[in-house]
Write a new protein. Sequence first.
Length: 336
Amino acid sequence: MKKVLVTGGLGFIGSHTVVELQNEGFEVIIIDNLSNSSIEVLDKITSITGIKPEYHNIDLKDKLAVKIFFEHHPVDGIIHFAASKAVGESVQMPLEYYENNIGSLVYILQELKANNLNNFIFSSSCTVYGQADELPITENAPIKPAESPYGNTKQIGEEIIKDATKVSNLKAIALRYFNPIGAHESAKIGELPIGVPQNLIPFVVQTAAGIREELSVFGSDYDTPDGTAVRDYIHVVDLAKAHIVALRRLIENNNKAQFEIFNLGTGKGNSVLEVIQSFEKVTGKKVNYKLVDRRAGDITAAYADTNYANDELGWKTELSLDDALLSAWKWQETLK
Ligand code: WQD
């Protein structure tokens, strides 16, 4: 049974990926320092799959702890989610973001080299494209100067990994997520925003649940069909499954380069108002909202060109925006 380390495995995308890995027969080890996740998620994963993942509470900024872990765990693959990921927060505390997201990445890569562990999947983001000049966005779209330290850590992270593959047997794939949303069909795991949600879908479901008074729609004067910004909202379960496909590609040596990059999206863009309409349709719930000014740093539109991931990875999304929004609502209904 292949053994896979999932860092950040108790987080939103990490936990959904652990479930899919276990469903596919992988033995999973989770490292998570609980800085942006809850230990309850471990039991939730177990209740879904019937298998309790091995768990280590390690802070990946602890160089010695990382060294000791990899000396004792010769894993067949690593999926690296653990990172700070709040765009706005990263502007306020850039050094913490660079220390956490870059420092821990370097420590992990050093130990992979030292222990000749070579199959590495990196959680990246469409943020690296900024406002792309052409839509849909392909993997060859130019990287734009990062609009936030968070986005910069993803750009720098990819560069570091590419350089690391040149001096070792490391094979790596960076997966550039568009907008991950939704929850597992069991409604036992989902997105757990801490405090006031920054992202759209958690705010929508909390508004529908009466936790938030009203959703502010940031900007209605964009150059889009209805004036509100457009994004590519991908169901987190589809996203999780893409990680297993990418991991198998490396384990089975089907990669065509030491470092590969894939966009993970649906290929379809939806505006904020379309998301609200879809949510109200599938849930029957009303979402109170008001149109307000744009949010600083937001782009007009982004959605993926999925041809490379579809053809080369042999993966495509199967779940719709409606499926994702309904699953997000069912998850919200389980939260006290
Ligand atoms: C989506 C749309 C907002 C909240 C961010 C990160 C990206 C990735 C996904 C990590 C935008 C609008 C939002 C609200 C709104 N995260 N909105 N009212 O900004 O596209 O991407 O999350 O990898 O890196 O940048 O996602 O969900 O914040 O916003 O109108 O209360 O919803 O303006 O148009 P975003 P988002």
